[in-house]
Design a protein around this ligand. Structure first.
Ligand SMILES: [Zn+2]
Length: 288
């Protein structure tokens, strides 16, 4: 019994937490007064390093889990992206994203971003997305909670793009990023930073090409955004705000996907229906 007590006490004394706590105490003995600034700084630095190491370990664990989930669900490939762009969301993806009820509203993905052009703009109204202007390096955030289904630069025209599947089978995509911070299979919360705003792919200035796909159609995200979308001068765009949980609000327009005019021309010339050149966009973006 006594032997166990001794072992237990020894175990407590020898725990790493005690060593950390002992450092400032030793400093006290040496200087009689307060611990020296240098010893406090050293202790703080050690604490910071320990916290950073713990964060890195947690991140690594989350990434390994994400890779496992992506493998299991068939997420993360160019084929996944093509399926999502074609409006096909597997039921298991929807389940992994959080179920059947749509998120209701979308968070505007760039805090200080501004409206560049919207749904149905461009030649023949092919641009069924919103372009959100911003500066290089700004954060791009998830518009709603869900699971990352694709993160890469494998789809011609879009540059670095992230695609997220949300509850209710909503899909959002964020294109032209400089860098993506998330990988396929990762779970994200509304507002999580997923990428760095940029101008990769077919783009003429830093912006996010944002698409909302629901039930195989492109939908105008503008009425769903919170906070409301603003022009560069701070004026809100004119749109009637809506909430979409179960039924599509009448004020949200959705249309079948359209191809970029360049793609149609390419298809006519070659007879090929390839993913490359598919819905490339953003011809008229002037650098801010
Ligand atoms: Zn665009």
């Amino acid at each position: 019994m006594t032997r166990w007590l001794v072992l237990l006490m020894f175990g407590l004394l020898a725990s790493p937490g005690d060593f950390a706590a002992a450092a400032p105490a030793r400093a006290k003995v040496h200087s009689k007064n307060k611990p020296s600034a240098a010893s406090i700084a050293a202790a703080q630095k050690a604490q910071q390093a320990a916290r950073a190491a713990a964060r890195a370990a947690a991140r690594q664990k989350a990434r390994a889990e994400a890779r496992r989930r992506a493998d299991e669900l068939g997420l993360g490939t160019r084929h996944t992206a093509a399926m999502l762009l074609a409006g096909r969301v597997e039921p298991r993806w929807k389940k992994a994203a959080g179920g059947d009820e749509a998120p209701g509203t979308l968070r505007f993905p760039v805090v200080k971003g501004w409206f560049v052009r919207g749904f149905g703009s461009g030649a023949g109204g092919y641009h069924q997305a919103m372009d959100i202007g911003g500066e290089f390096g700004w954060n791009v955030r998830a518009a709603a909670p869900g699971v990352v289904a694709y993160s890469g630069n494998g789809i011609n025209g879009y540059g670095y793009m992230v695609m997220i599947v949300h509850p209710g089978g909503f899909v959002t995509s964020y294109a032209h990023n400089t860098k993506n911070f998330v990988i396929a299979g990762e779970e994200v919360a509304r507002g999580d930073v997923i990428a760095e705003l940029g101008s990769t792919g077919r783009s003429h200035g830093p912006h996010v090409h944002f698409e909302l796909l629901v039930d195989g159609k492109n939908c105008d995200p503008a009425p769903l955004f919170r906070p409301q979308v603003k022009h560069r001068n701070g004026e809100p765009i004119s749109v009637q705000r809506a909430i979409w949980r179960r039924r599509k609000p009448k004020t949200v327009s959705c249309r079948p996907r359209k191809h970029h005019p360049d793609y149609v021309q390419h298809q006519r010339k070659t007879g090929q229906d390839s993913l490359d050149m598919d819905r490339v966009d953003d011809e008229d973006i002037a650098a801010p």
